[in-house]
Design a binder for this molecule. Structure first.
Ligand code: SF4
Ligand code: SF4
Length: 154
């Protein structure tokens, strides 16, 4: 994120300016895994575990990254955010080695497979049924309330 037109950043094309990533809570329950499954149902999302911590990565180009001849440049370089200023080119997406993640989830299916491994297949199934039923019950109650209100308003 130090995209500097006078350096190797120009030849790299701004790899570090094409996504952002932040830590999320590690899931322990079916519901928490299911929330992450929901993240992964969206386009250009991946989740990984690094040194026991969970991260979500959103592959979405920064709008300040603009074409510059054969390459790209940061159109707000002098006013780029602090996080970009602090990103070291010594160990970046271009100069650093491959990331060594314990786990990487690119699809909801990858995550579900892992969740079943962690929670146990049967426990996962049971918790899923319970969670779905709980929501259905809540929704039925809300619907009943809506109907009653509508009837009262007639
Ligand atoms: S990945 Fe490295 S070389 Fe590429 S733009 Fe970012 S800081 Fe510069
Ligand atoms: S503000 Fe500039 S340096 Fe920071 S991510 Fe966007 S293009 Fe890259």
């Amino acid at each position: 994120m130090g995209l500097d037109v006078h350096s190797m950043c120009a030849e790299c094309g701004g790899k570090c300016c094409r996504y952002f990533c932040f830590q999320i809570d590690a899931p322990d329950t079916f519901e928490e895994f299911d929330d992450i499954r929901w993240f992964l149902l969206h386009e250009n999302i991946s989740v990984h575990i690094e040194e026991g911590d969970w991260y979500i990565s959103i592959a979405n180009k920064c709008s300040a990254l603009v074409p510059d001849g054969q390459s790209t440049k940061c159109s707000i370089y002098e006013d780029r955010p602090v996080i970009c200023r602090g990103y070291s080119r010594d160990n970046c997406d271009h100069t650093g080695g491959d990331y060594e993640y314990e786990e990487q989830f690119d699809t909801p299916e990858d995550l579900v497979k892992y969740a079943k491994k962690v929670l146990g297949k049967k426990a996962y199934k049971k918790a899923k049924e319970k969670a779905y039923k709980k929501v259905a019950k809540k929704e039925a109650k809300a619907e009943k309330k809506r109907r009653k209100k509508a009837e009262a308003g007639k």
